[in-house]
Design a protein. Structure first.
Length: 47
């Protein structure tokens, strides 16, 4: 399922939009990706 979805945004820790996740995961956070499924029109956040 995730293979068929396109990644539009790839954020590194500390960038705008990752601050809450950085507080939650700390040093374990590598990146945040937003994937879009055009068929179902759903956006998923992967951490």
């Amino acid at each position: 399922m995730l293979k068929d979805m396109k990644t539009h945004t790839h954020l590194k820790p500390g960038q705008k939009g990752t601050r809450r996740l950085l507080e939650q995961f700390g040093d374990k956070l590598l990146c945040v990706r937003y994937r879009y499924d055009e068929i179902r029109q759903v956006r998923m956040k992967t951490v």
